[in-house]
Structures are given as C-alpha cells and as structure tokens.
Design a binder for this molecule. Structure first.
Ligand SMILES: Nc1ncnc2c1ncn2[C@@H]1O[C@H](COP(=O)(O)OP(=O)(O)OP(=O)(O)O)[C@@H](O)[C@H]1O
Ligand SMILES: [Mg+2]
Length: 464
C-alpha cells in the first residue's frame, strides 16, 4: 500500500472536484483509505466556496466540469492572494484520455501535475504526493524570499540593500553557534552594532556582552584588563581584578580594534581560543571559560599578518566566519531609509519636531562619498535637526564633489587617447609622495593590497 510520509498524522486535506458523482465517490474513498482528509465538490463554484473556509493542501480537479472548468479553478487559485488561500495548495488536474493539450495548458498555468483518465489507484496517490511536495517547496521558497526582500532591519541595523541582506543572513545563520566571528569594515559602518546583533540573536542574549577596545588600553595594563590579575600581581594591584574575558563568561566578548592587540597578548588570546582557559596575571591556576568571541577591525588583517604585526594562527582562529560591513557609499539606496531612521531617532531624543529633508538635501546626501559612513550620516542629521539649518547637513560635501557616486575621483579624460601605463605609474608615484614614501599608507590610499602595490612599484621601477 502506498504510504505517504507526509501524511502520517492524517492532517493533509485534499479537495476533490469532480462533477460525476460515482467517480467522485471512488476518488474520495481511495484517498481516505490512504489517510487523507478529503473534501469534495461537484463544481468549480462549489470548490471556491469551500476553499474560502477550509485550508486545503492539494486540489484534485477534473478538467471538464459543468459550467466553469478545472482550468478556471486553477486560475482562481494561482491568482488569489494568500489571504484567501492560506495554504497555496498543490494542484493536480485530471484530463480525458487523448487530450494532452489540456494537460500542457494546465501545467503552463501552474498546475503541479496532471493525470490522464482512466488512472490506477497508485497513480492517483503518486501524483497527490508529488503536488504536496511541490507545494512545500513553493512555500519554503516564499518564506526565504520574503525574509530576503522584506528584512530592512535586524536588531538595530537599518538597511535593505542587497549587501546588507547578505550581512543579515550571515548573522542569522551563525548567531546560534559558538563560532568566532571577525567583522571587518571601514569606520562607522556598524561593526559594533553587528556584534551586538549577533549576541542578541544568540542563546547567550540573557548573559553579558562585554566590549573592549584593544586600541584604547595601554599595553602595560592590557593583560590585566583582558585576563585579570591576582592581588599583588603588579605594583598597584591592591585587589583581585577580574578580567573582561572572565566577566564575559557564558556571554560574548567583543574585541574591538583587534589589530591593535599587542603581540604578546595575541599569544594568550590564541591559547584561550584553542583551549578555552585563561590564567590570571600572577597566578598559575587555569580558569575554564565559556565565552563567544567576536572581533572587529577596520584594518586589512591579512596585510597586518604579512607585515608581521598580527599572528597568522590567531587570524585563522578568529576568522572562522568573516563578516564584511559594506561602506555607505556602496549602498546608496539605504541613505533615504537611514536618514528617516536617524531623523526620527534624534528628534525623539532631543524632543524636537521631526524635520523632513528637502529633495535638494537628499540629493546631496546621495552624491556624497561618506568617509565616516553611517556614523557621519547620523551626526550630520543630528546637527541639522538641532540647528535647523540645511547648510549644516551638506557642509563640506562639495569637497567630495570631485568623487563620483561610486567613490572614484572624477578625472577629466582627454578627447585624444592617452597612455594607460604612464597614468598608472603617475597614480602610484603620486600616492607615494602624498604619503611621504610610506608604502603601506600609499597602498591603502589606492585601496590596493600591499602585495599588489609592491608588484606595481617593481613593474614601474618605482621602488628605488
Ligand atoms: N545599519 C545601521 N543602522 C542604524 N544605525 C547604524 C547602522 N550602522 C551604524 N549605525 C550607527 O552608526 C554609529 C556607528 O556604528 P558602530 O559603532 O557600530 O560602527 P563601527 O563600525 O564600530 O565604527 P568604528 O570602526 O568607528 O568603531 C552608531 O551610532 C550606530 O548606531
Ligand atoms: Mg566600533
């Protein structure tokens, strides 16, 4: 006997639409014998009435009915919005022998399968099963694309550009795990917000989220800050000090500006990541901790590794799942949404009436290069609201009028041809002189990896 995996709990509802009473009866009984709950109708009109009140998973309809046909019913189902048909049912149409054109038409209109009459019991069950699976796939796809197209926010992160959707997806995917995350992105792109979102979405959300800025603590106290210190471990250690990692036990630690962590502490952090335990300064006792590590940097860590400033093994340990926060200029479509968000937020915070942006101001915001990213947008809007002065909003944006919307400097290309290699050499030399010969800075200025920059210097013999 055909036993349907999907139908073990007997809650799959099939609607049979057949105008010929005897045939209808046979089909209903066959399906009931296979554990389906079955409704039946003798016309398209009656079927539509039934669909409004009953959630149906699969419709099995004859092509030829009295007034309207099975195709009319199919059209009704495929065109109705989900408010009417809560389950977006699977659809199988039964066609008379030799009317293959009807079957083709039905498939084109969105039927999941057809069955030529007369059919065997087994064929009927197989085709119902097939329609159910198709329906499942459809609703899964719908759920996924709804998540994708509608998510314009994620715990504080605003933006619905495609690159942000990818960030949300990744956050959603990994937040439940304990994997280490490395967030990269320019200043003000929301790295800390993303880290908080990861924590909020995880099972650790009831526990602490501890942020530490590795660039803001001096090397001498960094170890005690991170790993803790026993009383008397160093001069001035008058009491036991609990480190940030220990304080974050069961929760999440956010190591901001990780590239600035001194090398000797990188070793200790690596040990913690590998073994899950720390020792406080001035103690030999190992303390086992359960802490999720999220790190962030605006620097190019692989480049730091190459230059010997960051341990390669630690980089790989941290970079289990990388998340890249896109710069604002790469998601211009989010600027109106973000502006609205910040105007509402700051108006509320300062108890001021909300102001609208003029189209001229908005255009200026769209054209701007945004070196300070979302933070800069937020600050400009706050100042604008407080001073009620549009020129505050766009002040100095004209400086960047020399950039086009993709953030590239605007060049005046000559009408006649020009020598590309000479131009490239000129850009390299200019960048070097702008940065007083500092190659790291010159490469960064051209948004090039250090290696690629060196290669070009060599090529143009600029490395002397
Ligand atoms: N997508 C966003 N939606 C709403 N607010 C955002 C978004 N991204 C950033 N912000 C806001 O912009 C400011 C800067 O964000 P955040 O501190 O997370 O950036 P960051 O990448 O950590 O910057 P930095 O590298 O300078 O530390 C914060 O006030 C934050 O709330
Ligand atoms: Mg930050």
């Amino acid at each position: 006997m055909h036993k349907d995996r999907l139908n073990e709990d007997n809650n799959i509802q099939v609607l049979v639409v057949e105008d010929e009473p005897q045939q209808r009866q046979i089909i209903v009984e066959l399906l009931q014998a296979s554990n389906y709950s079955v409704l039946s109708a003798d016309s398209c009109e009656q079927a539509i009435v039934m669909l409004k009140d009953n959630p149906v998973d699969v419709i099995f309809s004859d092509w030829k009915l009295v007034n309207l046909s099975g195709i009319d019913l199919l059209n009704y189902c495929r065109k109705s919005d989900s408010n009417i048909l809560s389950r977006d049912p699977g659809f199988v149409i039964a066609t008379a022998h030799g009317t293959i054109s009807h079957a083709v038409e039905a498939l084109q209109l969105g039927a999941d399968d057809y069955l030529a009459k007369p059919f065997q019991r087994q064929e009927l069950l197989l085709t119902i099963d097939k329609a159910l699976k198709a329906k499942e796939l459809r609703s899964q796809n719908k759920r996924l694309s709804a998540q994708l197209s509608e998510q314009s926010e994620l715990v504080g992160l605003v933006g619905k550009a495609k690159c942000m959707q990818q960030v949300y997806q990744r956050i959603n995917r990994v937040s439940q795990t304990n994997a280490s995350i490395l967030i990269n992105g320019e200043t003000g792109t929301g790295k800390e917000l993303a880290a908080r979102a990861l924590h909020q979405q995880s099972t650790r959300h009831g526990q602490s989220f501890i942020a530490i800025n590795c660039g803001a603590i001096s090397e001498s106290i960094a170890e005690a800050e991170l790993f803790g210190a026993e009383k008397g471990a160093y001069t001035g250690a008058t009491a036991l000090k609990i480190g940030k990692l220990e304080a974050a036990n069961k929760g999440t630690i956010f190591l901001d500006e990780i590239a600035e962590l001194p090398l000797n502490l990188q070793v200790k952090l690596l040990r913690f990541l590998q073994e899950g335990c720390i020792t406080r300064l001035g103690s030999h006792q190992e303390i086992h901790l359960d802490v999720r590590v999220i790190a962030a940097t605006h620097r190019d860590l692989p480049e730091q590794v190459q230059q010997g400033r960051f341990r390669e093994d630690l980089f790989y340990r941290l970079n289990v799942v990388p998340i890249l926060m896109p710069p604002l200029r790469e998601r211009q479509e989010d600027i109106p949404l973000l502006s609205e968000h910040f105007l509402t937020l700051h108006a509320k915070r300062h108890q001021l009436p909300k102001t609208e942006l003029t189209s001229n101001a908005l255009r200026r915001l769209l054209d701007y290069h945004w070196p300070g990213n979302v933070r800069e947008l937020s600050n400009r809007l706050e100042r604008y609201l407080l001073l009620d002065d549009e020129s505050e909003l766009t002040a100095n944006t004209q400086l960047n009028d020399a950039y086009d919307s993709s953030g590239l400097p605007v060049f005046n290309f000559p009408k006649s041809s020009f020598n590309w290699e000479q131009f490239e050499k000129y850009c390299l030399a200019e960048s070097l002189s702008l940065h007083e010969g500092n190659r790291t800075k010159a490469a960064k200025y051209l948004q090039m990896s250090y290696k690629a920059f060196l290669y070009r210097l060599e090529k143009y013999q600029l490395n002397g």
